[in-house]
Design a protein around this ligand. Structure first.
Ligand code: ZN
Length: 168
């Protein structure tokens, strides 16, 4: 199973191969507080898997992001985000390495893509849908409101042609 993919050289790894890769850990950082040197606690000290080509998983993945403001006042700020996930969200036959989501609010919208080109197209389509107002904002009892995307029906040209042919 192609479970992981390097964002630089494109090598794919099984789960086992991935977990056997070398890891890197960010250096600890120190600061001076009241004359004493103390370790900074806010530094993320998780280690990251390192591809043989030098790519660091979880740190360098390709992403597209658009900040947008939606709704009547009070306006909401959302982020349309498409990332190279590094993990296969599809299957071996049809691996999906990219995902488009809406961040900063509650939103169930997810679109997964195979190639970078599909990911860019999918991202731009969603940005246009939102610009054209194809969304609903539903306030929640607690926390941020729920944003739903109203997707346009896909016009199936082939089916339409068939329908015409079948007409008497
Ligand atoms: Zn690599």
């Amino acid at each position: 199973m192609k479970d992981y993919k390097c964002g630089k050289c494109g090598t794919t790894f099984t789960m086992e191969q991935y977990h056997n890769l070398r890891t890197v850990t960010p250096k600890r950082r120190y600061e001076r507080v009241e004359g004493r040197i103390v370790r900074k606690d806010d530094v993320d000290l998780d280690s990251f898997y390192l591809c043989r080509c030098g790519y660091i998983f979880g740190k360098q993945n390709w992403r597209l992001q658009n900040k947008m403001r939606i709704g009547d006042p009070p306006e909401l700020e959302i982020k349309v985000s498409t990332i190279f996930t590094e993990a296969n969200l599809g299957t071996d036959e049809r691996p999906l390495w990219f995902e488009t989501r809406i961040r900063e609010v509650k939103c169930k919208y997810r679109k997964r893509h195979l190639t970078k080109k599909e990911a860019i197209d999918g991202h731009n389509e969603l940005v246009i849908l939102i610009k054209e107002g194809h969304y609903l904002i539903t306030p929640q009892k607690e926390g941020p409101p729920l944003v739903s995307i109203i997707e346009k029906p896909v016009y199936d040209k082939a089916a339409a042609v068939r329908a015409e042919v079948e007409e008497p």
